[in-house]
Every structure is written in C-alpha cells, then in structure tokens.
Design a protein around this ligand. Sequence first.
Ligand code: SF4
Length: 337
Amino acid sequence: MWPDGALWKASMRNQVMNTRRLKHIYGPVPSRRLGRSLGIDLVPYKTCTYDCIYCHLGPTTNKTIKRREYVAIADIIQELEEKLSGSDTFDYISLAGSGEPTLNSGIGDLILKLKSMTRIPVAVLTNGSLLWMKEIQEALMPADLILPSLDAGDSLLFQYTNRPHKDISFEQMINGLAGFSNRYKGEIWLEIFLLAGVTGIRDEVEKINSIIKGIKLSRIQLNTVARPPAKTFATPLSQRQMVSLKSIFSGQVEIISDRNKKYRQRLAASDSTRNDVLSLISRRPCTSSDIARSLGLKVAEALKHLDALILAGKVATVRLSEKTFYAAKESSHALRS
Ligand code: SF4
C-alpha cells in the first residue's frame, strides 16, 4: 500500500536529510556533560578568543574578539528545521563546536529562535572570555544552561594556559563571569581544566577556588587532558590527583573524564560514520581536520568518533611537526567485522 501524502513527504524529507550532510549542525553526539547532544557550530574552525595550550582542536588560526555573523543564522535555522523534523531525540541542543560561539553576533537571535522552535533545552559552551560585553550577557539570557570555563587563578597562568587575545585581561574576564552569574537565571556549570605541574597544583587550585567564591555556580566540573593537545607540554593529571584537588572545592563538584565508564559505553555503540572514519585512516594517517574535510564532518564531530575508536583500542595517535595524526591499528576490513 502506498503511504498517504503527508507520510510520503515526511519519508522523502528524512531520506533527503540522511543523504545530505548538514554544514553547521552535527550529531547527535554522546557528550560527557550533556548526554545525547545536537551540536551547532557558530564559527569557522578555530576562530577563537583564546589559543589554549591544551586545545584538542589544534592551534587557533583566527584569534580575534571581533564579533560578526561568521555563519549565517538563517542557514543554521534552515538546517535545524530539517534536523528537528526527523525522528532523532536529543537531551540538549548545544552551541559549541570548533571555536568560541559568542563571537557570532547572531547567537542571541539563534537562541530565541530555538526556544520558539523546540522544547529541547539549549546549552552554550563558552570560554567565558567575552561575558563582560553587555550584548553577550543579553544574548545568553534565554538559554537554559551556560557552560563557561576558567582554567587559572591569576593573570600569569591565564596568559600561559589560555594565550588570550591581547585585548582580553584576566580581571576583565573574571568580572564578566561574575557579572553574568549575578544576572543569569538558569544554571551555570563551570569547567576548570587542570594541567599537570601548571594549574593542577594545590596552591593554584586554591587561587581558582577563592575567585569562584564570588561567582554564582550550580556545578563545578574538573577536567584534564584526555585528547592530544595543541602543545605536547600540556599534560594530564592522574585520577588520584584530580580526586585530591576536588576536595578543595565545595558545592556540587564532579570530575568529568572521557575515561568515565558510562561515557565509554555510549561511545562504544558503533555507527556507519565511525566506520567511514576508520576506513579512511586505515589507508593513511590523517589529522582530525583531514578527516573532517574528507568526510564532510565538523572537526568536533570527527573528534568524537576518534575518541570512541581510541577507547576501543582501534586507533593510535602520532605527533609530527606539532600536529596529531590518527592511524588505524589494524586493517579496516578486519575492524569492520
Ligand atoms: S580549548 Fe576552547 S577556548 Fe581554548 S582555544 Fe580551543 S576552542 Fe578556544
């Protein structure tokens, strides 16, 4: 029996969606912090206010504080309309991706539009460097969850770790975060990324702790290096060190780690894109950008698949000329079976 008109249209729309790669939306991807998350990339690859030494996306290629509509909001909304009409379910829509999303001057319009289109909660992952700008504070107010970061307790280590744009000072960034937290009505989950021998030592963590006492937070999430960083001297803390440093903080504090068991289980579920990634790197080692370009993925999305393959023991990383290459450990034919 032929489906009726509406069903047939919906089925065709889903088929078109499945064959057409979306440019600005990726996922759903399993996220440590947000469950099953649909990602939206608001800026071109590595357009950021920082150039963090631990960044798993590699060095920042466009360090800027200039805000503009890097990606047209109308294009994102068109892709979202298609994606949300499918049968997938999501825990969050996350504005994140491969740079600093608040650099897109249309982020406020996008959040408002999302709130009118869907009841899925909207989360913004930001480095927090521009929260002193009143227009960004206004733009983020309708979001359900803000996830900023703070990686250092003083200006010296802020410069060393985050390598910010020259027009961003430590004091300005902290004042922005505190000012925003006083106005915002939703939840703020602060990520603190700690590095061995740098920020991940008791004295430095205590400095961070005394700063955040003036900031209204719902959760503190401690993280460390789990993926190849931009600079090889950015090294991880052990789980034991993380647990010890966690005790410095009060309130709801958690260690978020890619080694988390539940996260591993979610990642272990195979999918066809992951097999495509594996197939590609079984022919030659590639960087995450090479993989994203070859398969029409966002870099953040390619990295999620690489995470899963590394945790499954199928892929190894090699550093060469300041770049991280990913290589399959066995032939793709054996791995696909
Ligand atoms: S870690 Fe985030 S804030 Fe730091 S350089 Fe990378 S994208 Fe920018």
